[in-house]
Design a protein around this ligand. Structure first.
Ligand SMILES: [Fe+2]
Length: 190
């Protein structure tokens, strides 16, 4: 048998320079400034921005149905370098609906921080840059902040039954914020 008769084409290829996923089954989810109500401390500054401006976008490869136990999803996220008041652009942040489910993030380009928070509301950060691998363990809320002047792109893989619990963060936020002060990122307690 020649090898080609056994060869299946994969659904998705990733351009490792840009982090873009290419494939017919890849979907795109966009978050604009309008979608980020009460994410930033300065809600007036957010409302003063063009509401349709793209804040971040997520490409999703979901090869099994959402909620299936044992499956894996894959995606990328690109966060644009936009300031809201003195805060950097960031993802909404979430716990997983099944809170013990884990996740990997892999930095592709740009600079920023992965903010993690446990159920006691203790926070810490990991620096994200090209090649940085981040293991997000059980019961941790996670959010990514783009502190650089270019778009920040990272890849992610997570269980198909993890789900998203955005409500806890919407209601209580994280216990710290990363702000720009004198051109540098600083962490402030909320
Ligand atoms: Fe997650």
């Amino acid at each position: 048998m020649i090898l080609e008769q056994y060869l299946h084409k994969t659904d998705v290829e990733i351009d490792l320079t840009s982090g873009r996923l290419k494939g017919q089954t890849v979907s795109l989810q966009k978050r604009s400034i309008a979608d980020l109500k009460n994410v930033f401390a300065d809600e007036q500054a957010r409302l003063a921005m063009p509401q349709e401006s793209l804040a971040y976008e997520v490409q999703l490869y979901l090869p099994v149905p959402e909620g299936i136990e044992g499956g894996l999803f894959f995606g990328n996220t690109t966060i644009y370098p936009i300031k809201i008041g003195n805060e950097y652009m960031m993802t909404k942040g979430h716990f997983h609906a099944k809170a013990d489910r884990n996740e990997y993030y892999l930095g592709i380009k740009g600079e920023g921080y992965l903010l993690l928070m446990n159920e006691k509301r203790e926070c810490w950060v990991e620096q994200m840059k090209q090649g940085s691998l981040h293991f997000i363990g059980a019961n941790l809320a996670h959010r990514v902040i783009n502190t650089g002047s270019d778009p920040l792109t990272f890849l992610a893989s997570w269980p198909s039954d993890a789900g998203h619990n955005y409500e806890a963060i919407q209601q209580h936020g994280f216990s710290v914020r990363i702000i720009e002060q004198d051109g540098q990122p600083f962490i402030v307690k909320v």
